[in-house]
Design a protein around this ligand. Sequence first.
Ligand code: UT7
Length: 318
Amino acid sequence: MTYSRILGTGGYLPERVVTNADLEAFVDTSDAWIRERSGIEKRHLVVEGETCCDLAERAARLAIEAAGIAATDLDLIIVATTTPDQYFPSTATILEQRLDIHGCPAFDVQAVCAGFVYALSIADKFIRTGSARHVLVVGSETFSRLLNWEDRGTCVLFGDGAGAVVLGATDEPGIVVTSLHADGAYKEMLQVPGGIGNGDYDNNRVTMKGNEVFKFAVNVLSKLVEDTLAANRLTMADVDWFIPHQANLRIIQAIARKLHLPMERVVVTVADHANTSAASIPLALDTAVRDGRIQRGQLLLLEAIGGGFTWGSALVRY
Ligand code: UT7
C-alpha cells in the first residue's frame, strides 16, 4: 500500500505589517475591540504589484528545501487560493514556471478558507493511487484585495500570506484520513457576490454575517473533529497537536472547550497574521514545525471552514 506523508513545510508573510493601531487611523475600530473579539494583533499585507504567486513561490521554495528534494522531483502542483493572480492561467501553472518545472500537472483549488485541506486531500489521493510521488501543496492568498476597507466587520479580520507542504510517497501513513464537506445553502453568510460569470463586476468585496458564521463554525467544526476521531477509533487524547483554521481566537477556544482539549495542545498563530484564508493552516503548521513543537511521529488534527460553506479535516501522522 502507498500512502503520503509531509516531507517539508514552508511559510511566507509579506513584509508590510499593519497593526490594529495602524487600522485605527482609517477604520472606525480600536485595538482593544479587535484583540478582544478576535485575538488578532496584526496582519501582513501585500504592497502594490505583489501577487499571490509571489507569496506562494516563497513558501514553496522553503517547503521544497525542507523536504530535501529538487523542484524537478515534483510531479504535481496544487495551489489553494481565492485570490489568483489572473483568471487564467492558474496560479499553480504560474508557480510551476517560476520553479522552472515544465510538464507536470498543476491546478488551483477554490474552497476559500478550507482550500488547503481540500488541496491536501486531493494530493493525498494522487499519491495513494500511484499517480504522483512528490506533490507541492500551497495555500496562498492576497485576501486584502477582496476586502471592503470601509466595512469594519470584515476588513480588520483578514491578512495575506502563504504556506506550503511537500508530500511524498511512503509505505505507512502519513496522511491518515481526510474528510471534506460543502453546503452551498449557506452562500449568503460569507461571500464575494460579484464575479465574471454573473456579470456583477461591482460587488467584488467580501460580505459576511459574522455572528452566524461564528456559531456555524464552532458547531460544525467540533462535530467534524469528533466524527473524524470516532471513525478512526481515536480520542482527543491521541492527538498531539490540534491545528485549526486561524480565523478567530474565540472560535478556536470555543471548539477546544467543546472537545475538552487544553489550549497547550492547540497551535494558535492568528494574533500574528489574522485570517489568511487558505494559507492559515499551512502557516500555523510551518510555524510549529520550525519552532520545534511538532516532532516527527506526532499525530496532528487539522480543520478549516470557508465560504460556501466548505469545511474539512485531515488527520496527519507527521
Ligand atoms: O474563515 C471563516 C471566516 N470568518 C470568520 O471566522 C468570522 C466569524 N465571526 C467572527 O469572528 C465574529 O463574529 C466577529 C469578530 C466578526 C464579530 O464579533 P462579535 O462578537 O460577533 O461582534 P458583533 O458582530 O456581535 O458586533 C458587536 C459590536 C457591534 O456594535 P453594536 O451593534 O453592539 O453597537 C458592531 O457594530 O461590535 C461592533 N463592531 C466593531 N467595533 C469596533 C463590529 N466590527 C467592529 C470593529 N471595531 N472592527
